[in-house]
Design a protein around this ligand. Structure first.
Ligand code: NAG
Length: 395
C-alpha cells in the first residue's frame, strides 16, 4: 500500500516535471526567458520612483505560456479607498481559523526548537505553488543538521461572501483537508487582498511569537521565490539568534507615489514624509528570533499602512533597527548572469550562489530544485560571482 502510494506520487511528480520541461521548451522557443518577470521599465531606479517592487505591478513582460500556471495574486483591482481603509484601520485583530499549535513544539524526534521557520505568503487558490514549495526548498526536516519547519500564511479568499452558498464551505473544506495532510496552513479571518498583506504581517508576527517563541531564525517570503536553503543556513551559521538581525533586499529612500493615477498612490495625509524608512523587499527576508519577538511588539503599536514591507520598515524604525542589505537576496529583479545570457535565469550555476530569487512559477521552482539537487548537481565551470551593487532597471 505504502509502496503504491509512493509510486503514485512519483508518477505524479514525473508528470509535473514533464509539464515543467514542456513549458520551458515552449518559452525558449519563443525566445522569452520563462522567469523574465522584469519590473516594467520606468527608466528610474526604484529608490527614486517608489517603494514598490516588481511584485504586484502589472506584469507586462510575463510570457503567455505561464499565465495558466499562475493563479491570480492578491493585486489591487481599482483605485484604493483610503477613506474606508482609514476608517477600518483600527480593526486589526482577526481570529485564526486554522492553526498549527504544535508546529514548533519540541518532541523526542526534533530534540529542540526549530532552527529555521519558513513562512510563505500564499492565497487559497495557489495550491500548486504550495505543493512545489513543500517538495523543494520548503521541505521540513533536517537540512545540514538544522531543523526546518514551514507554514503558509493565508486569508479568506476575496469575494467568497458574494458567491454561491456552496463556495464558502468548499474552499474551507479544501484548506482543512490540506492542513490535515501537511499541518502547515495558517488561515486568518481577514480578506486576502494585496492591501491586507500588512494584516498578514502582524498576524504572523504575533502567531510566531506565541507558538514559536524559541525559534532561532525565521525566513518570510512569497510563494514565487526560490530559496537556496543551504546558502541561507550558511549565512545564518555564525549569527546569534539572540542578536537583532533582519537581512534581505533592502530598499532605502524610496519615495511615496504622489500621483493619483497610480494604484500605489499614497496621499500625504496618510504618509507625509518625503521618503519611506529603509525596508526589506517582502519577497523574502530573514530575521532572528529576538527580532521576531521585538517586531511583533513594535508592529502592534504602528498604525497600519497598506504596503506590507514598508509597514515592516516602519516597525524596524521604531526599534531603531537598520535592515541589513544582502546581495544574494534578489527580490527586486534578476539581473541576467553574464556568462550565460541565452540561459538567463535557468542556469543553475546562477542560483548556486544566491539565497533568494523572486518571480518564479511553480514549474521554475521544480526545475531549478531538480537541477541544483540532482544526483550529479550542476556542472559549473567556475563559481559565478554574485554581482554586487544596486539593482539596475533595464532601460
Ligand atoms: C481587509 O480585510 C477586512 C476583513 O475581511 C476587509 O473588511 C477589508 O475590506 C480588507 N481590506 C482591504 C484593503 O482589502
Amino acid at each position: 500500500m505504502r509502496r503504491r502510494l509512493r509510486l503514485c506520487r512519483e508518477a505524479w511528480l514525473t508528470l509535473l516535471l514533464s509539464a515543467a520541461l514542456g513549458l520551458l521548451l515552449y518559452a525558449q522557443r519563443d525566445g522569452a526567458a520563462p522567469t523574465a518577470r522584469a519590473p516594467p521599465a520606468r527608466g528610474q531606479p526604484p529608490r527614486s520612483t517608489s517603494g514598490l517592487r516588481g511584485r504586484g505591478l502589472p506584469q507586462t513582460a510575463a510570457p503567455p505560456a505561464y499565465e495558466a500556471d499562475t493563479p491570480v495574486p492578491p493585486t489591487p483591482t481599482g483605485p484604493f479607498d483610503f477613506g474606508r481603509y482609514l476608517r477600518a484601520k483600527d480593526q486589526r485583530r482577526f481570529p485564526l481559523l486554522i492553526n498549527q499549535p504544535r508546529k514548533c513544539r519540541r518532541d523526542r524526534a526534533s530534540g529542540g526548537p526549530p532552527d529555521l521557520l519558513i513562512a510563505v505568503k500564499s492565497v487559497a487558490a495557489d495550491f500548486e505553488r504550495r505543493e512545489a514549495v513543500r517538495q523543494t526548498w520548503g521541505a521540513e526536516g533536517r537540512v545540514q543538521g538544522a531543523l526546518v519547519r514551514r507554514v503558509f500564511l493565508l486569508g479568506v479568499p476575496r469575494g467568497i461572501d458574494s458567491g454561491r452558498a456552496g463556495t464558502r464551505t468548499h474552499w474551507r473544506a479544501l484548506l482543512e483537508a490540506e492542513s490535515r495532510a501537511y499541518a502547515d496552513i495558517l488561515l486568518w479571518a481577514f480578506e486576502d487582498t494585496f492591501f491586507n498583506l500588512t494584516l498578514k504581517e502582524i498576524h504572523f508576527l504575533a502567531w510566531a511569537s506565541a507558538f514559536c517563541p524559541d525559534v532561532r531564525f525565521v525566513f518570510k517570503g512569497d510563494a514565487d521565490v526560490f530559496v537556496h536553503v543551504r546558502n541561507l543556513l550558511q549565512f545564518l551559521e555564525p549569527r546569534d539568534p539572540a542578536q537583532d538581525l533582519l537581512a534581505g533586499d533592502v530598499i532605502v529612500q524610496a519615495r511615496p507615489i504622489r500621483s493619483r493615477a497610480s494604484k500605489y498612490f499614497i496621499p500625504e495625509a496618510v504618509y507625509g514624509l518625503p521618503a519611506y524608512p529603509a525596508y526589506a523587499g517582502g519577497g523574502g527576508f530573514v530575521l532572528s528570533g529576538v527580532t521576531l519577538r521585538r517586531l511583533a511588539e513594535a508592529c502592534s503599536q504602528v498604525e497600519l499602512f497598506p504596503i506590507d514591507d514598508v509597514f515592516l520598515g516602519m516597525c524596524l524604525q521604531r526599534l531603531r533597527l537598520t535592515p541589513e542589505p544582502h546581495s544574494a537576496f534578489r527580490t527586486f529583479g534578476i539581473p541576467q548572469p553574464s556568462a550565460a545570457p541565452h540561459l538567463r535565469t535557468f542556469d543553475p550555476c546562477f542560483y548556486r550562489e544566491l539565497v533568494v530569487v523572486h518571480g518564479l512559477s511553480a514549474a521554475d521552482i521544480w526545475l531549478m530544485w531538480r537541477l541544483l539537487h540532482g544526483p550529479q548537481g550542476p556542472v559549473c565551470a567556475h563559481p559565478q560571482p554574485v554581482a554586487t551593487g544596486p539593482f539596475q532597471w533595464n532601460a
